[in-house]
Write a protein that binds this ligand. Sequence first.
Ligand SMILES: [Zn+2]
Length: 396
Amino acid sequence: MIRFFIFLLLTTSIFAAEVHRYRWNNGESYLVFLQNNNLPVRKLYYNLDKDDQRLTEEMRTGIHYQILTSKDGSIKQILLPLNDELQIHIYKNKNSYKFEAIPIISTTKVEAFHTTITSSPMYNILKETGSKKLAQIFVSSFKHSLNFKNDIRKGDELVMIYKQKYRLGEVFSMPTLQVAMIEMRHKKHFIYLNDDGRYYDENAHEVEGFLLARPVRGGRISSYFTKRRWHPILHKWKAHLGVDYAVRRGTPVHAAGRGVIVWIARMGTYGNLIKIRHADGYETRYAHLKSFRRGMHRGKHVKKGQVIAYVGTTGRSTGPHLHFELRKRGRAINPLRIVQVTTKKLKGKAKKAFIRLKKNYNESVNLHLNNKTHYKKPPPFENMGYIHLLTEKKNG
Ligand SMILES: [Zn+2]
C-alpha cells in the first residue's frame, strides 16, 4: 500500500470556502485554541499519542495560521505551522475532525539589497527593509569581527544576499544569510555561507560561534535534528527537534555556553531536564539526564564547558543518551549548524571550492553595489488555501 499526499495551492473561491488568517497569541495554548473554536478536545488532543501531543506544544506566539471555513461558517480545515517544514492539519472528514502532521509547502527565493549608511547598519537595514530579522542577522554575523560603533562612517555601504521562504504568498520563517558585505573606510568585509553549512570570512576562516561544539565527549550522534521526518513504521510525519548523543550512562554533560539555569527538574517525556538561557534569546536543553551535578539550581550562572549533569535515560528514552536542543526565542534550531568551538580554517580541496564560491558571490555583491539594489517588498497576501487530498492506492 502506498500513500500519496497531494497538495494543491489554489484560490479558494473555486471551493466556495473562505480562508481566514490569524496570528497565534501570546500564551495561547493548543487546548484553549480547540475550546475557543468548539473543536473536540478529546479527539484532537487527549486521544493523540505522546509524540503528536508534544507537537502541539510547539505552537509559537506570532505564527500566522489559517482556518478554512465553508459558507455557513463551519470549520473545514485548519493549518497550524509548527516550524518551517511541518504543520498540524485539522480537517473535517465525514462529520468528524481528524488530526495529522503534514509537510509545509514553501518556495524559496534568493533576495538582495544594498544600503548606504547614514546612522548604523541596524538603523539603515531596518529603514530599507522594515525587517528586524534581516537587521539582526546582518549585525550579529559581524559581531565577533567588527566594531560597528567605532568604525562606521556615514556613506559606508553594505550588501546582503539571503534566502527567504514564502508560504501562501507570505514571507515565512527566518531568512538564511548567504553573503554579508560591509565596506568600512574603503575596506570590504565579507561573511559567506559555505557549502558545508558554516560561515566563513574572506580568508576562509570560520566565523566563531559562542557555543561548544558538543555538550558531551566521545560517543556518537544517534539521531540528527529534523523538523520533519516520515516515520516508516508509524506511517506519519514526526519531528526531532534536537540532536541525540549516544554515550555511556554517567558521562558528564557540559553547559554548551555561558548562561543561567532556568529549569532543573523532571519534565514529562524529557525526563530530568536542564534548560539554560543564553544571550540573544538562545536557550539550550539537556534531557533524559541520570542526575544533576551537585550545586546546580535554578538561577545559577554557569560557564561555557562547565559540568552540569550526567547522562541517563529518564523520561521517554530507549537507552542512555543525551538529547540536546538549541532554541532561539522559543523556536528549535539545528544545533549542529551553529554550535562550534574550534575556529576552522579551510584547507586544500575545501579551500579551493570555497574560493570558487566566494568569487561567484563577490560578483553578485558587486552587481548589487553598482546597481544600488533596493529591497523588494513581498507581494500582498492572497486569499489562497491548501487543498489536501490523501489517497491510498494498492501497489501492483
Ligand atoms: Zn532526542
